[in-house]
Each structure stands twice: as structure tokens, then as C-alpha cells.
Ligand binder design. Structure first.
Ligand code: TXA
Ligand code: MG
Length: 325
């Protein structure tokens, strides 16, 4: 059963302070932006990011947009090259998202970027979103604040109707001005690629760059959908799912209070069998086991993970990793 709807708070400085405190303590908050309402959490807190996926009911870990308050903050998280700088200068704050190479040590949860080594950054224009980022002092991961498969929400009541106690509150910022999500541009190389059409038109962008934008469907080496994107990151090691024993030479990715016996490298995604904790630890655990295995030919044996709640997205990620080799 859906629990009681979250409270809708007016976009005053008192409620923004309250929402910022909730974000700092790892809770989720719905915030207005000029495009659509966003489901925001601390992008540096892997469990908060895992709870975003759980709240949305997404069956996969799509990378999320990280919202910051200035180009300088964006540059602290990613390498914004000259072409991206020109777009930022023209369209930020505003409904443009730039995917750039992530800066090492930026401490953003890998779950927020799907472990891709790139990061999607946006400086929103809505004053309440800006005030919330400033008050929290955090980079905010925020997908549209709707349940997976539902329409993107353009007012606070839409959000409140979709969610329950997973949200600390919904900040009311009135009707979203655009009602359409931000335009997503891949700026990881000099060649700018349109990954998602949105509130800023391709023509507006081309006017700034002076060159036609590449469409992702015409750039075979670029991901055009989150699905293609997700098959990108996989550990070097082979991945064997639904293991009921650990063979000699294998590493173990365990789940739950009764891990399989092994003398080899092992990581438990969640000793207490908590899927939010498991999701939060997934990428780091795969990397750790990958590093512990001497040969890239080695195998990670994965214990069964229940196909419910976030388990669906965890298994989706693991199945892709298993299929990648
Ligand atoms: O208007 C918006 O952008 C809203 C508001 C809340 O800001 N947010 C939003 O987030 O639409 P979301 O998570 O629903 O969309 C993120 C988009 C997806 O198309 C995703 O594939 C793409 O950005 N994306 C994120 N990180 C990426 C990356 N590293 N590489 C390529 N695409 C990325
Ligand atoms: Mg979306």
C-alpha cells in the first residue's frame, strides 16, 4: 500500500532550510525546477542515490543528472572542455545538461553515474532549486520525480500523488515553466552529440556552436539510450550469476546473512539482506573484486539476489555484466 503522501511545503527559506537538512541526513526531497520536478538526493551518498532508484521503481540503474549551482561547481566535478564551456556560458542556469568526463576524486556515488567515468551536469534556473542546492551545500542527483513509466511531474501535487514516506517533503515552486525535461548533450569529446532532445532546441545550440549537432543515432560509438549506456561498464572478470558454491579461483559477491563458504576474495553486498544497501555498494564491490582477482580471466560468483524492489535493477546490472564477456 502507498503510505501517506509527503507534505508539500511552500518555497520559503524556512522550508528550504528544512529540506536541506533532510538532504544532508540522507533523505530525499522533491524540488521544483524550470523543466519538471526532480527527486533529489545527495549525489555523494550512495544509499541516498539507491533510495532514488527504489522510490522511482526503475528496473535499471540509469545514470542521473547531478545538479549544481554554478559552472565553477560543475568544473569541480567534471572536465568541462571549451565547447561545453560555451554552451554553459549561454544556457546555464537553464534546461541544458552536459555530459562530461568525470573528475577523479569528485566523490560522487558511482551509482549516480552508473560507473561510466562520465557525469551529467546541470545548473538549474529555478530559484527554489538554486536555493536548495546552496542551502544543502551538496551536489544533487535528481531524475524527474515520477514513478517509472508515469508522466514527468510539473507541479507539487503531481509529485505528492505519486509518492509516500520515501520523500521527506515536496518543495512547492509552482508550475514547471517548460514541462519538458532538459536537453542532454554529450560533450565528452570535441564533437557535441545530442543524446536527448529537450527544452533547449538543437537550433539554439547550433547557433552558439556554429556547427550542426551530431544526433546520437548517427554516432554509432555513442550511447543513444540508457540501455546501451549501461552495457558499457562491466568488470574485467567474468560474472557467474545465481551461484550456490564458490569454485576454486573464483571471487564471491555475497548477499545476505549466510554467505557461501570460500577462502578467496569475497565481498558481501549486504549482510542484513537489505537491497538499498546492496545497490549502494554494487559498483564499488564489483571493482574491489575485480582488483582482487589476479587474472582478468577469473570469475566473480554472485549469490542469488531476490528479484523484488531494487533487486530487479541490481540483477539487471549484474546480468549485463555477465553478458558483457
Ligand atoms: O529536466 C531534467 O533534466 C530533469 C530535472 C529534474 O532536472 N531531470 C531528468 O533526469 O530528466 P533523468 O535522470 O530523468 O534523465 C537523465 C538523462 C537520461 O537520459 C540519461 O540517460 C542521461 O541523462 N545521462 C545521465 N548521465 C549520463 C551519462 N553519464 N552519459 C550519458 N547520458 C547520461
Ligand atoms: Mg526521465
Amino acid at each position: 500500500m502507498a503510505s501517506e503522501s509527503p507534505s508539500i511545503l511552500p518555497g520559503t527559506s524556512a522550508s528550504i532550510e528544512r529540506a536541506a537538512a533532510a538532504l544532508r541526513s540522507g533523505q530525499l526531497v522533491a524540488m521544483p525546477t524550470e523543466t519538471v520536478y526532480g527527486l533529489a538526493g545527495n549525489a555523494r551518498d550512495a544509499e541516498a542515490v539507491a533510495r532514488i532508484f527504489a522510490a522511482k521503481g526503475r528496473p535499471s540503474f540509469n545514470p542521473l543528472i547531478v545538479h549544481v549551482s554554478s559552472l565553477a561547481e560543475a568544473e569541480a566535478l567534471g572536465h568541462v572542455d571549451a565547447a561545453a564551456q560555451r554552451l554553459a556560458a549561454r544556457f546555464w542556469p537553464g534546461p541544458l545538461t552536459l555530459v562530461v568526463r568525470a573528475r577523479e576524486g569528485n566523490a560522487i556515488a558511482e551509482l549516480a553515474t552508473a560507473g561510466l567515468g562520465t557525469i551529467a551536469l546541470r545548473v538549474p534556473a529555478h530559484p527554489v532549486a538554486r536555493a536548495l542546492i546552496a542551502a544543502s551545500g551538496l551536489p544533487l542527483a535528481a531524475p524527474a520525480a515520477n514513478k517509472s513509466g508515469r508522466l514527468a511531474p510539473t507541479c507539487a501535487a503531481d509529485v505528492a500523488a505519486d509518492f509516500g514516506s520515501e520523500l521527506a517533503c515536496v518543495l512547492d515552486g509552482g508550475a514547471a515553466q517548460h514541462g519538458l525535461e532538459s536537453t542532454v548533450i554529450d560533450a565528452t569529446t570535441g564533437d557535441l552529440v545530442l543524446l536527448r532532445p529537450g527544452a533547449v532546441t538543437a537550433v539554439e545550440i547550433e547557433t552558439v556552436t556554429g556547427t550542426p549537432l551530431t544526433r546520437s543515432e548517427h554516432a554509432p560509438d555513442r550511447p543513444s539510450s540508457p540501455g546501451q549506456l549501461l552495457s558499457h561498464y562491466a568488470p574485467r572478470a567474468r560474472v557467474r550469476l545465481d551461484a550456490d558454491e564458490v569454485k576454486s579461483g573464483e571471487a564471491l559477491l555475497a548477499f545476505g546473512p549466510h554467505p557461501l563458504e570460500t577462502s578467496g576474495p569475497a565481498v558481501n553486498l549486504s549482510e542484513r539482506g537489505d537491497l538499498v544497501e546492496a545497490a549502494a555498494r554494487l559498483f564499488a564491490s564489483l571493482r574491489k573484486l575485480d582488483a582482487a582477482l589476479a587474472s582478468s580471466d577469473a570469475t566473480i560468483a554472485v549469490m542469488p539476489i531476490p528479484e523484488q524492489g531494487l533487486g530487479e535493477a541490481i540483477n539487471d546490472r549484474l546480468r549485463r555484466a555477465a553478458a558483457a564477456r
